[in-house]
Design a protein around this ligand. Structure first.
Ligand SMILES: [Zn+2]
Length: 464
């Protein structure tokens, strides 16, 4: 049994359909899409406003949402940067119990849905109990994420993360004991068991390597080989080149810059996501673009941590694939992340409309909002689902913008994405559907009250 939904305006990669029809099958996938309903199909639901595909979020550490807004105190008499922030994050990570992990994930994923994300890749390294003791169920914490995702109704790809060292050649710190496995085999057993039971928990599974600082070359090779034996083309994610310090450490320890090293030693292709990749030289930038790997950019977190700016304009012109993540969740919204991304590039170059370029870009997309939005949709493959957004066979993930939002007032359809993403003070998201099911209606999540209450209780327990 399929269900036909008529949208007043429906975005497709080839332009707006006004109206547009989606036929959604019982599994929540798109059976048909077009300017007319499928033959003999009655329309089951009419939706006013502008409907766009749900956005994939390629990088999240859900528990770090607890720190957003709690680490903005200056005057400590030393330089404050990612490494000082990390000490706060480690202190928090020591205290989180499984129930907190689930409650914070449900809240963080609910916020993502309220602001236009419908799927998320969770880079998960909080594996063990405080002090490093193993839970009776080794996948306890990963399944808590899946439980949080089900409460929120977001599509989850959990990425169990290999974390083995405090830095290149350095044994792990006591505060990293929750992240570290005895060896790569123990880690691969976790990844394999998550993959085997993924349907039961309603999650997809990929694999992550924390970074070249935390994973040695031999461990990286063993994990990549192990991933292929779990499933060919399992998505693989890695943090890379987030700070200049990391570049220097790799040069000293591995004899190459981080992305340069990966290009020479790892089988980078469209199944890989390099998270941040902020500090690239020209050779790394071009090599990454040619490799087909995705750059996972986290604009608000990179800005708030003072990491630096990714060379997006040149990379984009070279055909490099990129997508967005919310990482530490300073914003958790599609518009906030894409606006920060575009603004950072404009500020650093003294130019406007830096990606929507007739000479180098997609000539159909000369509007910045449209160009940013269509490009970031490529993040679906980082979650293990390569079908293009809103195409036959892809999940029925739809975000409907509110025509009565002040942000969209007076705009015609062609400018709607520019208005939503690059103007206005209020987010215009009104309704959100994941796998054919509404999770947000009229700007409110269906389980918002209970999810917010549980999160607030967790925060009080952890910080009081
Ligand atoms: Zn991260």
């Amino acid at each position: 049994m399929s269900r036909c939904i008529a949208f007043e305006h429906l975005w497709t990669p080839d332009g707006w359909l006004s109206p547009g029809y989606l036929d959604v099958d019982a599994a929540g996938r798109i059976a048909a899409i077009g300017a007319t309903p499928p033959p003999q199909q009655r329309v089951d639901e009419q939706v006013a406003g502008h409907a766009v595909p749900g956005m994939p979020n390629v990088h999240s550490h859900a528990f770090q949402r607890l720190l957003a807004g709690r680490c903005e105190i200056g005057g400590r008499g030393h330089e404050d940067n990612l490494w000082t922030w990390r000490q706060r994050m480690y202190a928090l990570a020591q205290r989180i119990e499984p129930r907190h992990y689930e409650d914070v994930a449900a809240f963080t994923y609910m916020e993502m849905l309220l602001h236009g994300f419908t799927r998320v890749a969770e880079f998960h390294y909080l594996h063990h109990a405080p002090g490093g003791a193993r839970y009776a169920e080794p996948a306890e914490m990963a399944w808590r994420l899946a439980a949080g995702a089900r409460r929120a109704g977001i599509g989850l790809t959990v990425l169990p993360t290999l974390y083995a060292h405090a830095g290149i050649g350095r044994t792990p710190l006591p505060e990293q004991a929750r992240f570290v496995h005895a060896d790569v085999d123990e880690f691969l057993r976790l990844a394999g068991s998550l993959h085997a039971r993924r349907a039961e928990h309603g999650a997809a599974v990929g694999l992550a390597l924390h970074s070249l600082r935390a994973v040695a070359p031999a461990e990286l090779s063993a994990a990549v080989a192990g991933a292929a034996s779990i499933e060919p083309h399992l998505p693989i994610h890695i943090h890379v080149s987030e700070t200049r310090h990391e570049v220097e450490e790799c040069l000293a320890g591995l004899g190459a810059r981080p992305v340069q090293w990966l290009l020479g030693h790892a089988p980078l292709d469209a199944g890989w996501t390099l998270v941040h990749a902020t500090h690239l030289d020209e050779g790394e930038r071009s090599g990454l673009a040619r490799s087909g790997a995705l750059a996972g950019l986290c604009p608000m977190t990179e800005a708030m941590l003072g990491d630096g700016l990714f060379p997006l304009v040149e990379y984009h012109r070279e055909g490099g694939a990129w997508a967005i993540g919310t990482d530490s969740h300073y914003a958790s919204g599609v518009a906030a992340e894409l606006r920060m991304l575009e603004c950072g590039q404009r500020l650093s170059r003294g130019r406007r409309n830096v990606l929507a370029d007739a000479e180098h870009g997609d000539p159909r997309r000369l509007r910045s909002g449209e160009q940013l939005f269509a490009s970031a949709l490529r993040g679906m493959r980082a979650l293990g689902d390569p079908a293009p957004a809103l195409s036959v066979g892809s999940p029925a993930d739809v975000v409907v913008l509110d025509p009565h939002s002040p942000t969209l007032a007076g705009h015609d359809t062609e400018a709607i994405l520019d208005a939503w993403l690059l103007s206005g003070a209020a987010d215009a998201v009104r309704d959100v559907m994941v796998d054919g099911r509404w999770q947000v209606r009229e700007g409110v999540h269906l389980r918002q009250e209970s999810i917010v209450r549980a999160y607030a209780e967790a925060a009080h327990t952890l910080f009081d």
